[in-house]
Design a protein around this ligand. Sequence first.
Ligand SMILES: *[C@@H]1O[C@H](CO)[C@@H](O)[C@H](O)[C@H]1NC(C)=O
Length: 355
Amino acid sequence: MYSPGMWLLALIPVISVMFLSIAEAAWPVQSFKSSPFHPPVLEVSKTGQTEPGYIFGGPADIKSDTRPTIVADDGQLIWKGGLGQFPSKFCHVFDTGLSYLDLHEAVITPHGSVLVTAFNTTRGDLSVLGGSADGRLLDSLFYEIDIASKEILFRWSVLEHLDRTNSYIPLAAKGDSQESPWDFAHLNSVQMDGDRYIVTVHGFCSEYIIDRNGRAGTVGDFTLGPGAQFCWQHDARIESRTENTITLRMHNNDNAPWASGTAVTTGLLLDVDLDTKAVSVRRRIWDSQNAIYSPSQGSYQSPRNGHVLLGHGTIPQLEEYDEHGQVVMRARFGQDGVMMSYPMFRSPWIGRPRT
Ligand SMILES: *[C@@H]1O[C@H](CO)[C@@H](O)[C@H](O)[C@H]1NC(C)=O
């Protein structure tokens, strides 16, 4: 049976609305007798049939911590987790105090390993870009770690494999000090493709296929057809795979703080032909009634039956689209630039508490 179980009983709303600080005054939050947690009210408008399941996300005040939550379509909180933290046992993989696992990725693979992304501040010559000869860069890495043995199965660093001068991220005033390294790569998703990896290098506006030797293709290996261009993308995932093709989905928020700010955020489904190296658009999804221009983060999920769920990172909103691209649900949980969630997805879930 499809039931939220005991968690629902544990969270009893007291008054449906209360307000946080003055800065966030306009957005209502929920309160509970059983918990001091005040998640934002989810303002939902449903215009069609959504797929079964709850909305999973991590609504967070941009300046504070994220708490994972599971919420029903009517906005009712079903479950909340603790502060989002990686298990500390993984931290031994880093050898300096300046490298750290980051929030972008944690994917469990079919063979019992986990893929995680990391940042590392390191030295580099930035004089060709007009910066310091003794500059500081924020390298991006990913690791595949065996969960049972904690052994590192694979490590990959952008700095070691790609030419940093291909980055689209302006050096601006960065790179002069340890505290302000140039975040030139910003690797933000990684996934297995057989024994290879597909990674998003956000700062290069590119996806890379990485082989077991760490070799990546070069920028421009593939030809993008009409409408297939993307930049500053997030949450790139393999939707389906044949021997010679990959269908790749992504949240295309081509709207970084240093971009024009005029490119509408879309969910992009791309057919990648590995033989001809041609990329074409299969679906391009956005809400024409309420276009989003997301400056940071976001997600694209395919719950089932051709539906698509887009979450928009620092724009605290999500939409679900049906198989024809029609919006069946919009939901908002805060004001732009105040609340955020990254990523968001829909899934059936049953709580089975032990007590
Ligand atoms: C981080 O950078 C430092 C300084 O360049 C280097 O010694 C260290 O090996 C790097 N750590 C990782 C995890 O790559």
